[in-house]
Design a protein around this ligand. Structure first.
Ligand SMILES: [Zn+2]
Length: 93
């Protein structure tokens, strides 16, 4: 679950308003991932920089209490590549 997003990043789409239960600040922009439903909000400064990024993950997205912290995106990509190579080898056999 969530492997595509962990490996490749999120597929953001802009949503028009703050989701239910979230406060809307005047300059807020809200995005939602089309795959995992992660929410992301940020403000845009007068010079066009993004400011105050906030993330609201779906349940179970972040690892809790894993020793050594959460795996990195590169860890997911390497595991994915190994699966692809193993799958190609099994198809040839
Ligand atoms: Zn996502």
């Amino acid at each position: 679950m969530y492997e595509d997003c962990r490996r490749m990043g999120h597929a953001w789409e802009q949503i028009g308003d703050a989701p239910l239960g979230r406060e809307l600040v005047e300059r807020d922009v809200w995005l939602r991932c089309t795959r995992c439903t992660m929410l992301r909000a940020f403000d845009i400064s007068p010079t066009g920089e993004t400011m105050w990024p906030r993330y609201f993950p779906p349940d179970g997205y972040y690892y809790q209490g894993r020793q050594g912290g959460a795996p990195k995106k590169s860890d997911y990509r390497i595991a994915w590549l190994r699966d692809i190579i193993a799958s190609r080898k099994s198809h040839r056999a």
